[in-house]
Design a protein around this ligand. Structure first.
Ligand SMILES: [Zn+2]
Length: 141
């Protein structure tokens, strides 16, 4: 795995598979960040990565980029890791026909079944944050 690929996921909740087969889960962090000034084990080594519990507690070993076989963003995140939004969207296109109901007096009316006959197709395999528009995780097919 390339360093840039891995660092795209810094601070995200991820699942990492290491070269020895271990699969570890947590928030991806990098050594040497100011947050870890008080912990020499996490502050002094260079270009090492580790996972935390979301706070400052390290829950994995230190590993190098070259140790990472695979990285996945956790689909069970409860909110956007960047802005905290609890909503995300998926990109779709659709086609279909519908009856759009309009009242003679111009007031709003029910159009709940508007999409019943439409067929949707995902146009992106990722979920995106509704607020900050960052890419969040890969969808299942
Ligand atoms: Zn967001």
């Amino acid at each position: 795995m390339k360093r840039e690929q891995l660092e795209k996921h810094l601070n995200e909740k991820v699942k990492v598979q290491l070269f020895n087969g271990d699969i570890i889960e947590g928030y991806l962090r990098k050594t040497g960040e100011d947050d870890f000034k008080n912990n020499p084990n996490l502050y002094i080594p260079k270009n090492r990565y580790f996972l935390t519990d979301g706070g400052l507690n390290c829950v994995s070993c230190l590993f190098r980029v070259s140790h990472v076989v695979k990285i996945q963003i956790d689909k069970n995140i409860k909110c956007c890791p960047y802005c905290g939004s609890e909503q995300y969207y998926i990109k779709q296109n659709f086609k279909g026909t519908c009856c759009y109901h309009i009242r003679f007096d111009g007031k709003e009316t029910e159009n709940g079944d508007l999409w019943d006959n439409a067929s949707f197709k995902n146009t992106s395999k990722y979920a995106w944050c509704s607020y900050c528009n960052k890419r969040l995780f890969e969808l299942d097919n």
